[in-house]
Design a binder for this molecule. Structure first.
Ligand code: NAP
Length: 555
């Protein structure tokens, strides 16, 4: 396995890009998000020639596109950032425990410039096709602008939450006002002052927007399909003492994050809820409510998601909080989730979300009671009539896991389209590659995700590096996972659904996208299992792969 503890200095460790006359590179990375930037860094560090194609005009991926009001981490800032360089760790200071989008975007720009990665990047290059040529063992990748790029290996770091989903509501295109999806938010700030605004969707993105614009709008109507168990994010500035401690503790923080099952610094509570008295449990729930972000899941009683008594009691605790915050009892009841316990869906975290419904400008519509009939030129029609709006916000989520990969136009051996191969759901080996698509990798893609994204995706980036270096060392042009190894991992993932609390009705199974097969898209076996299998694979020289020479590698 690559030495993740190695902290290369900075510019002096970078290799110069050396493309051949035809412009072919060893590795073409797609996507300048958290995973793609890291992959590019590692690839260059290992001395490969590389290029990165990015559809946007800047770096950051999710944190480039999601610039809606109050878009913010709900992973602690320092657990989301890179760990590969002590110098980077020491020189970058996050201002808050949960940083906002502008600061996050600045961070990625800083990293890219600090390590001189930008000159290897092509922006505005939305990939439309990637074709594998069996003769040469190379890929030809085309971008929307017609540019053609050739590479031995392609790493699609295209993200799991990068293809926005907009429900097919009749009249969607008829609306004459402004419309924005959270995942494609414009760079020019949207002016909400005095506007009548409709927001559709109340997931992690939607709940951040509501309190952010509630005071600015003339009127905000929130259309809710499913209420989720939202708890406070409890964000705050990082104090100078905390900054110093974080810097001093670099090695231990890095080691904890590199081995934590959730990718956080949180400590699992090694106690069943039933070991505490009911009074102690209420005190514990209060502590959780007041704790930061994901500690409500990762530091809860270890059996909170599996023990019905504890789960129901914790949910009732949250429900009581909602009732105590939201003044209108009917609105409070609508905001209390029905039909799933805590951990059944990805819990959102917010600041002032419930409180926003006490403002006269904010109203909640439960679309299960009052469905949207159609969108008209001037507004949204429900059985209660037409309401007119100036702006519609679509906070309706993403085609999770496979959405971006299935739209890249990837064609493997014999021209097989990836989206056809995955028509019944993804089939992968360790969530990084798939049979019939040699020299093609997708760290941070389906079957890998669990916990804090950069951490498990980072494990996969390093695995891809080990594989590429091994292939280079032995002079192999073509690297391809065997169908058997892929089947084994895919079966394991599908058979391990019981190890995760997430319901089949959630987007983690693709249930939010009409017609998408309901298939496991996460890695429910956990990060430790993934790390164990990666270690075994590297230590035994990648037995799951077939390595070969291309028939005509120079063609
Ligand atoms: P999401 O969690 O999928 O939420 C979208 C919501 O819109 C869902 O409740 C969905 O219901 C609902 N919806 C779908 N169609 C609808 C319709 N026709 N009418 C009304 N509602 C409709 O998407 P998201 O909020 O963008 O968050 C996605 C993920 O991004 C999060 O889970 C998180 O992993 C990540 N995220 C992270 C942060 C952070 O780190 N701070 C912030 C934002 C997002 P169904 O689920 O029933 O379809």
């Amino acid at each position: 396995m690559s030495d993740t503890t190695k902290a290369p200095g900075a510019r002096d460790t970078r290799t110069t890009q050396h493309t051949n006359p035809a412009g072919q590179v060893d590795v073409l990375v797609i996507g300048a998000g958290v995973t793609g930037i890291y992959q590019l860094y590692r690839v260059l560090e290992a001395g490969f020639s590389a290029r990165l194609l990015e559809a946007g005009s800047g770096v950051g991926g999710t944190w480039y596109w999601n610039r809606y009001p109050e878009a913010r981490f709900d992973s602690e800032s320092y657990t989301y950032g890179y760990l590969f360089s002590k110098e980077l760790w020491e020189e970058w200071e996050w201002s808050e425990h949960f940083a906002g989008q502008p600061e996050i975007e600045r961070y990625f720009n800083h990293v890219v410039d600090r390590f001189d990665l930008r000159r290897h990047m092509v922006f505005g290059a939305k990939v439309t096709s990637a074709l594998f040529d069996e003769q040469t063992g190379t890929w030809t990748v085309r971008a929307e602008d017609g540019a053609e790029h050739r590479a031995r290996h392609v790493v699609a770091a295209t993200g799991i939450l990068s293809v926005p989903f907009v429900p097919d509501i009749p009249g969607h295109d008829d609306f004459g006002g402004e419309q924005y999806h959270t995942g494609r938010w414009p760079k020019t700030p949207v002016d909400f002052a005095g506007k009548r605004v409709a927001q559709i969707g109340t997931g992690s993105s939607g709940v951040q927007i509501v309190p952010a614009i509630a005071d600015e709008v003339a009127q905000l109507t929130v259309y809710q399909k499913v209420a989720d168990w939202l708890t406070p994010l409890n964000n705050r500035p990082i104090t100078p003492e905390e900054q110093s401690r974080l810097k001093a503790d670099y090695e231990s923080v890095r080691d904890t994050l590199n081995t934590s099952p959730s990718g956080f610094l949180h400590q699992i509570t090694m106690r069943s809820g039933l070991e505490d008295t009911p009074e102690q449990r209420q005190e514990f729930y209060e502590q959780k409510w007041n704790g930061p972000g994901f500690t409500k899941l990762s530091e809860h009683y270890y059996d909170m998601t599996t023990n019905a008594t504890v789960n129901e009691e914790w949910c009732e605790f949250i429900a009581d909080k909602i009732r105590s915050i939201v003044k209108d009892p009917a609105t409070a009841e609508k905001l209390i989730p029905k039909g799933h316990g805590y951990g059944g869906r990805r819990p959102p975290f917010g600041t002032g979300y419930y409180e926003a419904y006490n403002k006269p400008t904010v109203e909640l519509v439960d679309i299960n009671e009052t469905p949207i009939v159609r969108i008209t030129e001037t507004g949204i029609e429900t059985p209660d009539g037409l309401r007119e709006y100036d702006i519609i916000i679509w906070a309706t989520g993403y085609d999770f896991g496979t959405g971006a990969l299935n739209r890249l136009g990837v064609r493997g051996r014999q021209g097989l389209p990836l989206e056809e191969y995955w028509a019944d759901g993804p089939s992968t080996y360790l969530g990084v590659t798939t049979a019939g698509f040699p020299n093609f990798f997708f760290p941070g893609g389906p079957h890998g995700a669990l916990g804090n994204n950069p951490r498990y995706a980072g494990d996969q980036v390093e695995y891809v590096m080990d594989l590429l270096i091994h292939a280079r060392d032995y002079g192999h042009d073509v690297v391809e996972v065997t169908a058997e190894a892929e089947q084994e991992w895919t079966d394991l993932v599908n058979d391990s659904a019981g190890q995760s609390s997430f319901l089949k009705s959630s987007y983690f199974y693709g249930a939010n996208i009409p017609g998408k097969p309901i298939k496991q898209l996460l890695n429910p076996t956990g990060r430790w299992k993934l790390q164990e299998l990666i270690r075994e694979s590297v230590d035994s020289d990648f037995p799951a792969f077939a390595f070969s020479k291309a028939a005509d590698p120079e063609a």
